[in-house]
Design a protein around this ligand. Sequence first.
Ligand SMILES: Cc1cc2nc3c(=O)[nH]c(=O)nc-3n(C[C@H](O)[C@H](O)[C@H](O)COP(=O)(O)O)c2cc1C
Length: 191
Amino acid sequence: MSESGSMYWWKEDSEPAPGFGDLMQRSKVPLTLADVRLPDAPLIGVNEAFCQVTQYAPELCLGRNCRFLQPPGGAGPVRQRMRDFIANDRIEDGKFLVPNVRADGSPFLNLVYMTKLQYRNEIAYIFGSQFEIRRHGEEALQIYETALKQDIRQLGSIAGEMGIVMLGTYEQLASSHSIIAKLRMSGLKGD
Ligand SMILES: Cc1cc2nc3c(=O)[nH]c(=O)nc-3n(C[C@H](O)[C@H](O)[C@H](O)COP(=O)(O)O)c2cc1C
């Protein structure tokens, strides 16, 4: 594992583009990066905010597929939707509400945003961000989305300098309020 500030990389040369890590490190929102060219799409980078939300030490996350956050009994149908999203190169970004479990065993509802990164004409990476949904969190969500949008824009331009294209249109980002409104009506359980 290699560490720079509060950004953690799986291997020293995992960082896809110089400067990418600096920005992930500075970000206040939980961020993850997976390399989908490697078997089982392991996490190659996580930031401090991700480790704080999940309470997992970085060395327990890196090199593993992020499904380790899902409960032993399964995450429900959303898992298949995430798998379909990853398998379909034509879908650029997506947002998923997933029941997850922290390292201490406490459950939380995770709003996972993913967007794909293309390098040399193939989808090489998936960039992810996680937001813990709480009962009274409208304002927190607003702050999170603004920060995430800004960080994604900047990451996109840094990646672009290295020939990595950040796909996704941010439209998905705007849909959180309706996702949460629906969830409230169904009793904050996710699926
Ligand atoms: C960058 C990235 C971040 C992810 N973050 C989460 C997460 O926070 N929680 C979660 O349950 N799944 C997360 N996933 C999804 C799982 O890793 C996995 O893709 C999903 O469970 C569907 O695949 P499977 O059926 O092979 O498990 C993430 C995936 C990627 C690529």
